[in-house]
Structures are given as structure tokens and as C-alpha cells.
Design a protein around this ligand. Structure first.
Ligand SMILES: *Cc1c(COP(=O)(O)O)cnc(C)c1O
Length: 356
């Protein structure tokens, strides 16, 4: 499919951020977006146009039944000003896995990569250069068909937004405080836990807000059945260092299979660390804290890359991890991953995909 273009004249484009240290997360968008429509059983009319509000029927099915999926990946500025994507094919594979679960028609993964590269050829110069900053890429599909009966829609819009971003958490690469949620749950077996669906986030908001009021940046979800097993944090997979081993929840269908998660496991194993993907009881974590076996904890996801956890709060008790500091293994994994992403270190895995 040929991607058509309708671009803003240079004189109508926005100024880029003058001060990259002031970049937030996801509140600023570049001048152009990619769009593609689905109707009559096929994706059609791929195009790049000025970023603008959508025109949507108030009966659009996404607004009523939340039939929507999204992805999140980043474009990094490498030395020599080359633009680099990190494992983008994994994101587009997961985009389709999410679409399938939400009864949304699949998209050609190779074409999606070409479309994102084409959009970056137009607006890639928005990629900031400050360490920790990047151009966040948000592919999204929404059900646009105006219809109130409950069934999968027959019409969709796919679009891709680009957003220059700074650090995800206001703390930056500093330990965050996490509240272990023992009442609300995120995903049950057979539900939406393993896909990137807006509906999962909608369901998580109230609990996250309550934790925020108590002063916590994020929630750690426990399993929906027994409220015992560690699942993941808001938008990150969760890792613990216990007896020097990296332990994370296994992918049982209720956890999002993070690209960062899989990268952490690979890099950690290659550093000679033992990695364990298994069920992990929160009581085991806290017992390990008591004996000193638990030395570090961190979350991993595209938005924040790696976020050290300094405090866990569970059942009205607070547990400091690594004395509230960044642990050495967390730091080593962060340096290696960020090194590959920003081009400061070699990429032995073939994870980097250049735009040019
Ligand atoms: C996106 C996401 C993650 C992290 O996945 P990455 O591919 O590493 O960005 C983790 N948990 C949830 C719920 C997510 O939506």
C-alpha cells in the first residue's frame, strides 16, 4: 500500500521544545500523524496528515464498549543523529495479539514498521537529544463504526502519534514508592491482562488514584484469585533480586509480556545472573526482606525503562528496599539497556532498527 502525504507548510509547524529538561510525558505531539481506515473488510487509505482532532460519531463503538488497543515504543537519537527504534517488531507483533483478543482486525506488521519509519522521516527531527528523553510512539486502533448493538465493529481507525518525552516519573531514575494492592485486581485468568487494552487501564484508575492519595507513585498488583502472587506494576513488569537471583512473575496470561521485561531477562542472563520466571508470593518477598535475602526491586517498561523501587507498602507496613537507594544490579541493567537504546554501547542482540 502506498502511503499518501499531506504535510503542513514549514511556516505552520510548531517550534520544538527549546528546553528539553522541561519535557513531560505525553502532553505534547508532533505536527503529523499516521492514519489508516478499516472498512469493507480491509485496511485502506494509509496516510500521513497534520495532527488534528478526530471527527467521530457519538455512537462510535469505542466510546461505548471500549474496543481499542494501543502500543508504546520509542525512537532514540543515537550518536551522529541517527534515529533508532528499539525492538519495534516485537511491539507490532504484540499489537496484533492485542487486536486479536479485542476482536479487532489484524494489521500487517511489516507494513506498520514501514509506516512508523515513514512518519519518522517526516517528524523524526522532534526526537530530543537529552539523556533520558526520546520520541514516544503511540500506535492506537479504535472502533469507529456508529452502532449501539454489542458486537465487534466493522469500521476502525488506526493512528500513530509521536510525542517528545522526558523522564516518565518525576523522580527520574530515583527509587519510587509502591503500594501493594490487596483488594482491587487488574486481570483475571482469561481476561485482558496479557494485552495492551485501554479497558485494563480504565479498570485500574480508581485503585491507582487511592494509592496516589496515600503518596504512592504506583501500585503492585497481586493475582486476582488469591491476592497473593506478585503480578506487575501499573505500566511496568516487576523484578526482585532475591539471593542474588533476578525473580519475576511468569507469563501466565494475566501479565503483560513486556519488551523491556524480555530485554532485562536476556541482558541479566548474559551478565551471568540467574533469572527465574515463576510464581512469587508477596509473603515470600517480605520474608526475604526480613532475612536480608531481598536486596533490590525494580520495574521495567518502555516508558520508564527501569525504575528502582525504594519502598513497598503492604498491609499498613512500609518496607525499605536497598535502603531506598538504587541497587547495583538495577544500575547495571539500566546502564546496559539504556546504553543499547541510545547507542552508547554495542547492540549484540540486533535490537536496534535504524529509521534511515
Ligand atoms: C506496556 C506495559 C508494560 C511494559 O511493556 P513494555 O513492552 O516493556 O513497554 C507492562 N505492563 C503493562 C500493563 C503495560 O501496558
Amino acid at each position: 500500500m502506498e502511503i499518501s502525504k499531506r504535510l503542513l507548510p514549514q511556516s505552520h509547524r510548531q517550534e520544538h521544545a527549546a528546553d528539553e529538561t522541561k519535557l513531560g510525558f505525553g502532553d505534547k505531539f508532533t505536527d503529523h500523524m499516521f492514519k489508516m481506515d478499516y472498512y469493507d473488510r480491509a485496511w485502506r487509505n494509509p496516510r500521513i496528515e497534520p495532527t488534528a482532532p478526530l471527527s467521530l460519531s457519538p455512537a462510535a463503538m469505542v466510546l461505548h464498549y471500549c474496543q481499542t488497543v494501543f502500543e508504546g515504543l520509542k525512537c532514540y537519537r543515537h550518536p551522529g543523529d541517527r534515529l533508532a527504534l528499539f525492538r519495534p517488531k516485537d511491539n507490532f507483533r504484540r499489537f496484533n495479539q492485542s487486536a486479536e483478543r479485542m476482536a479487532i482486525p489484524l494489521v500487517d506488521e511489516e507494513f506498520m514498521l514501514q509506516a512508523v519509519k515513514e512518519l519518522l522521516r517526516v517528524d523524526g527531527d522532534w526526537t530530543p537529544s537529552l539523556p533520558g528523553s526520546s520520541l514516544y510512539i503511540r500506535p492506537t486502533i479504535i472502533a469507529t463504526e456508529p452502532h449501539l448493538g454489542v458486537r465487534p465493529a466493522r469500521e476502525y481507525l488506526l493512528y500513530v502519534l509521536l510525542s517528545p518525552v522526558g523522564a516518565y516519573y518525576k523522580e527520574g531514575f530515583a527509587p519510587i514508592k509502591i503500594y501493594v494492592e490487596d483488594f482491587f485486581t487488574r486481570a483475571a485468568q482469561g481476561g485482558l491482562g496479557s494485552v495492551k487494552a485501554g479497558a485494563s487501564y480504565a479498570a485500574s484508575l480508581l485503585a491507582t488514584e487511592k494509592a496516589a492519595q496515600k503518596g504512592f507513585t504506583q501500585l503492585l498488583w497481586l493475582d486476582a484469585q488469591e491476592h497473593r502472587y506478585v503480578e506487575e506494576v501499573g505500566s511496568m513488569n516487576m523484578f526482585f533480586v532475591i539471593n542474588g537471583k533476578i525473580v519475576t512473575a511468569d507469563l501466565t496470561g494475566t501479565i503483560l509480556p513486556g519488551v523491556t521485561r524480555s530485554s532485562v531477562l536476556k541482558v541479566a542472563a548474559d551478565m551471568g545472573l540467574t533469572v527465574e520466571e515463576r510464581r512469587l508470593d508477596i509473603n515470600e518477598v517480605l520474608a526475604a526482606k526480613e532475612t536480608g535475602a531481598l536486596t533490590e526491586a525494580f520495574g521495567a517498561g518502555t516508558a520508564a525503562v527501569i525504575s528502582p523501587v525504594g519502598t513497598l507498602s503492604y498491609n499498613e507496613r512500609q518496607f525499605a528496599i536497598a535502603d531506598g537507594q538504587v541497587g547495583p544490579i538495577t544500575q547495571k541493567l539500566y546502564d546496559e539497556l539504556v546504553g543499547i537504546q541510545y547507542g552508547g554501547r554495542p547492540d549484540p542482540y540486533g535490537w536496534i532498527e535504524f529509521v534511515d
